[in-house]
Design a protein around this ligand. Sequence first.
Ligand code: NCD
Length: 311
Amino acid sequence: MSILSFHHLIDAEQIQKSDIDKLFALAERYRNTDPKKIVEEGDCRGYILATLFFEPSTRTRFSFESAMLRLGGQVITIESGDSSSAKKGESLADMSRVMSKYANLIAMRHPEIGSVAEFAKYAEVPVINAGDGANQHPSQSLVDMYTIFCEKKRLNNLKIGFLGDLKYGRAARSLLTVLSKYSNNHFVLISHSSLSLGQKKKQELEKCKCSIEETSDLESVINDLDVLYVTRVQKERFESEQEYDRVKNLYQINKKTLANVKSNLIIMHPLPRVNEIDPEVDSMPQAKYFEQVGYGLYVRMALLSLMKKSL
Ligand code: NCD
């Protein structure tokens, strides 16, 4: 039996507070210990992680792979649909049965909503959803939660702004789900009406211990925030280039926008960024998106280490 409450990690909804406590305790140990010692201890020695990416990725794939190597494990990978038998028409079910013979853990990204859940149904080993279309990105929500935990020392009583593409942005959607399990968080959803979160998700959140406000006016809310989570407009999800062009540059964070924000605001972004954060912000003390990448490595190490215990 896994010490985590889930076997596969498909949806952020599965992540319980008790999972967060266990994962963060281990991530803290990995972060505060000499990496040579961690690799010698070899928490994943003898284990193979398969990373199956049918959509582009830099951080998610490399951080899972780096995490596995740092734990003494090994990695096999498919970098795109074109390099696997998916190209020949193999079903996800068959690929899952096959990959289960080669790997002890699988992290998978795919453009179709629900595809990773479908794959996991046939898997004999734990599967992590590394992004299924515009739906879910639960391991990113752990990265983001851990960043907030390290930087703000709490996961409740926060005013968190979510800016940009809340319709298609799976990272923001997954983070909202996990944060809503903690008390007294106030979410400020900042987007153009065509990129708003959607009624269903808002209703789900409203059932939780948090409150929500919606606006398209960043200026009116930014100075009150503890956390600003900026997202990229998800070009690849739009039906036409024209539709994307209409909304791609509606928001940009720069020194002027940030002139009166709280000194202890943290600005996060799952990355990659395009134009939504001006590089002049990078040197400001509030900019935490590159630290976020670093925290992400430790929490993914913890995730692999604890998920493999369920084998
Ligand atoms: C995000 C993703 O792929 O959903 N990136 C990531 O995993 N770090 C966000 C994005 O692509 O905009």
